[in-house]
Ligand binder design. Structure first.
Ligand SMILES: Nc1ncnc2c1ncn2[C@@H]1O[C@H](COP(=O)(O)OP(=O)(O)O)[C@@H](O)[C@H]1O
Ligand SMILES: N[C@@H](CCC(=O)OP(=O)(O)O)C(=O)O
Length: 265
């Protein structure tokens, strides 16, 4: 199965989507969160530096409030995210603690890196956390982010946020876990004949033609934002792997060079 080189990346960003953390019926996938804590802790103990970018605030918030539908109004979504983020991070803290791994919460907006002083402060925070062997758990600061056209802090896109974080902290590899085995020649939910692409060296408009929107009820990005994230990584001479997060121990296979998911770059 091992058709790729093992990935020696020292600094790795892992992005995990709502679809990995929340079941389609709205329940929290505690097993996935536990496995994630196990894998990330193991990577850390083997000398890698890992940053986790985790979605799920809205999905977990809906579950916590016993709601089944994502509210339409932005303030209500932001309130649900505030509630869910608290719950999400406390689950992470507890699960990571069983593997003797400390975590720190970092909430960011996408434009943070465009302001020199905040940029410097955020980078210093990451460096300090990593230096202290603490795993930063990042999400968008959903209560601050706004949903305005042409405004960079558009609400709800952790795919691009993860690539912005990865390129700014000079991570070599972005592992993006979703609810699908990788990038297909079309949205598999709409096109049954769609085929998995194992390697994409360059991204152009033809690649975007193959990408569709989100397949889950609580996720936001779909494949377009994942391609944009991959483009950012490639432009910074990094790599991105899109793989299925149903079993987060797939990360061990990815790092070993097994041919799973789609490798960009
Ligand atoms: N070309 C494609 N290849 C794979 N999945 C695609 C493609 N186009 C659209 N999709 C959809 O994108 C979904 C993953 O995006 P999303 O629902 O936002 O997940 P996440 O919550 O992990 O970010 C898949 O489940 C699939 O339905
Ligand atoms: N920040 C929001 C959603 C962000 C988002 O991009 O969601 P997803 O498409 O599942 O990665 C949350 O935590 O619910």
């Amino acid at each position: 199965m091992s058709t790729r080189q093992p990935l020696s990346a020292h600094r790795v960003v892992i992005k995990v989507g709502t679809s990995t953390l929340v079941y389609p019926d709205g329940a929290i996938n505690l097993r996935a969160i536990d496995q994630l804590a196990f894998v990330v802790s193991a990577m850390r103990h083997r000398g890698r530096q890992v940053v986790l970018v985790s979605s799920g605030a809205i999905g977990v918030g809906l579950n916590y409030m016993g709601a089944h539908q994502r509210p339409k109004a932005i303030p209500e979504q932001q309130a649900i995210a505030a509630i869910g983020q608290t719950e999400l991070i406390s689950i992470y803290k507890e699960r990571f603690a069983t593997y003797e791994q400390k975590v720190g919460q970092v909430l960011l907006t996408r434009d943070i890196f465009t302001y020199p002083k905040s940029h410097r402060n955020v980078l210093n925070t990451f460096e300090s956390l990593l230096h202290q062997n603490v795993v930063p758990i990042v999400n968008e600061n959903d209560t601050v982010a706004v949903d305005e056209l042409d405004h960079e802090t558009k609400f709800g896109d952790n795919d691009q946020l993860s690539a912005i974080v990865a390129t700014n902290i000079d991570a070599d590899l972005l592992i993006m876990l979703s609810d699908i085995d990788g990038f297909y020649t079309g949205n598999p939910q709409a096109t049954t004949s769609a085929k998995l692409l194992s390697h994409i060296a360059t991204i152009d408009e033809h690649t975007y033609d193959l990408a569709g929107g989100s397949g889950s009820r609580f996720g936001t990005g779909g494949m377009v934002t994942k391609l944009k994230a991959a483009e950012r990584m490639l432009a910074a001479n990094g790599q991105m792997i899109l793989a299925n997060g149903a079993d987060p121990t797939i990360i061990f296979k990815i790092l070993a060079g097994d041919s799973v998911g789609t490798l960009f770059g």
